[in-house]
Each structure stands twice: as structure tokens, then as C-alpha cells.
Ligand binder design. Structure first.
Ligand code: NAD
Length: 244
């Protein structure tokens, strides 16, 4: 009960912050999609705690992709493609704020496309998207169904190998996307960080560009930035945003 009262107070505070701003930016990660049924990496039931021959970080690396492409795709098709997942209350609320002119951008480490499915328009996908795939030889684009319906290493009609438009470990992020993210974060009035362990760099370093004093953190578990935040809400994003 005590905890519930505390959370209600924080949600009320968050409501006030939101109502007074028209320049909100959301920075998020895998935790926003767990309530849509997509596992994150670091929770107890996340992918890091399930058993594979190699840790997910190894399988999802550039070196592994190059050297064991078939095995990469076996894991990738099995665990990373959740195309039936639907946006939850948190994705939907962010899209609503953007339509109302309150939110400027969603900056996400996710690759699931759920923000766009919820109606968000200005979505900066730092790590790309599983919905886009391209031939490494001729550049032709393929949708996710092509990957799902193929076997082994998917091939382009030109014979080239098809790679997901996803930033694998060891690969660099798009400079253009990074620059836009820095722009939005450094100009934000309110920065809400949600559903991320802030363990993956350089993405996590972007929040240091925020210079305001309305830094809000909504996460199920503590993060390295909790002490810097002006408001911390420990809870599930879908539940917290659903209550706003
Ligand atoms: P992470 O797994 O490292 O951390 C997730 C964080 O979210 C944890 O702190 C966890 O406690 C919290 N969390 C989980 N469910 C929550 C909920 N319902 N409400 C609030 N908080 C919740 O994820 P990360 O920081 O995004 O880093 C992992 C990397 O993996 C990213 O680079 C991302 O590209 C990738 N990834 C993406 C997806 C996706 O697209 N949905 C899924 C898994 C991993």
C-alpha cells in the first residue's frame, strides 16, 4: 500500500511535468516493448538469461554474422522477429503527445518498429530496424516477411547476401541519426528515459547532452543515472504511461 501511494505521487508529479511542456523527448530501450511480449536483454527472463550455445551479444555481433551467418539467422528468426507484437499503452501515449504537439521525438535503441506502429512519426532508430533488410551487393531492400519465409542465409535475386538494417555489436551507428538525437536531446525541455539499462554505448551516452532540469526516469529496475534524475518512477512503462 505504502509503495502504491508513493507511485501515485510520482505519477501525479509526472502528469504535471507533461502538462506544462511542449518540448518533450523520449529516450528508450527494450523495456518499453516487454509488455508487448518482446523480451529485453537484461531482465531475469530476458535473452541474456536464456540458454544458447553463445551469448546473444556474441551472436548479434558483426564478426559472428560474417563467420556463422546461418547460425546468426537461426537465432535472429527465432528471437528477434516478433512481427505480431502490438504497441502497448506507453508507445500509444508517446504517439498521442506527438500529435498534440507536446513531444518532439522518440529516440530508441529498439529495432522492433513498435513506435511507428503506434503512430509516432519522428522516431530515431539508433540501432536500425528488423523491418528493413538490404542486399549487400546491389542494395535492393527486402521486407521482414522475405526474411521469415527464407531459409539459412537469405539471398537477393542478384545472388548477394541480405543483411538486416540493424546495427550489430562492433558496428557503428549512423552519424546522421546520432546528430539528430543530440539536437533533440540538447534542446529538450523534458527528457524521459524509459525501459533501458543504459548499458549499451554509444547510445546511452547521448543522454548526457541533456542540459535541462526535468530529467525523468521510468524503469522497472534501477539504472546508473537514477541519482541524476529529477524524478524517478520505478514501475512498468505500460502501467505508468497508461495512468498518465
Ligand atoms: P536492456 O535489456 O539492457 O534493459 C532493459 C531495461 O528495461 C532493464 O533495466 C529492465 O529492468 C527495464 N524494463 C523491462 N521491462 C520493463 C517495463 N515493462 N517497464 C519499465 N522498464 C522495464 O535493454 P536496452 O537498454 O534497450 O539495451 C539492449 C539492446 O538490445 C538495445 O541496444 C536494443 O537495440 C536491443 N534490443 C531491442 C529489443 C527491441 O527492439 N524490442 C529487444 C531486445 C534487445
Amino acid at each position: 500500500m505504502e509503495q502504491h501511494g508513493e507511485m501515485e505521487k510520482e505519477i501525479e508529479e509526472l502528469r504535471k511535468i507533461i502538462s506544462e511542456s511542449d518540448n518533450i523527448v523520449f529516450f528508450g530501450g527494450a523495456g518499453i516493448s516487454t509488455e508487448s511480449g518482446i523480451p529485453d536483454f537484461r531482465s531475469v527472463d530476458g535473452l541474456y538469461n536464456q540458454k544458447y550455445d553463445y551469448p546473444p551479444e556474441t551472436i548479434l555481433s558483426h564478426t559472428f554474422y560474417r563467420n556463422h551467418c546461418e547460425e546468426f539467422y537461426r537465432f535472429y528468426r527465432d528471437k528477434m522477429l516478433c512481427i505480431d507484437a502490438e504497441p502497448n499503452a506507453a508507445h500509444l501515449k508517446l504517439a498521442e503527445w506527438e500529435k498534440e504537439g507536446k513531444l518532439k521525438a522518440v529516440i530508441t535503441q529498439n529495432i522492433d518498429g513498435l513506435h511507428q506502429k503506434a503512430g509516432s512519426r519522428e522516431v530515431l532508430e539508433l540501432h536500425g530496424s528488423v523491418l528493413r533488410n538490404y542486399c549487400e551487393k546491389c542494395g535492393k531492400f527486402y521486407d521482414v516477411n522475405y526474411i521469415i519465409n527464407s531459409e539459412g542465409e537469405p539471398k537477393c535475386e542478384c545472388g548477394g547476401g541480405i543483411k538486416p538494417d540493424v546495427v550489430l555489436y562492433e558496428e557503428g551507428l549512423s552519424q546522421q541519426t546520432l546528430q539528430k538525437a543530440v539536437y533533440y536531446i540538447s534542446n529538450a525541455d523534458v527528457l524521459i528515459i524509459g525501459g533501458t539499462s543504459l548499458a549499451v554505448y554509444p547510445a546511452a551516452g547521448l543522454i548526457d547532452y541533456y542540459g535541462g532540469h526535468k530529467l525523468v526516469l521510468v524503469n522497472k529496475t534501477p539504472t546508473p543515472k537514477d541519482k541524476q534524475a529529477d524524478l524517478v518512477v520505478y514501475g512498468k512503462l505500460g502501467e505508468v504511461f497508461g495512468a498518465l
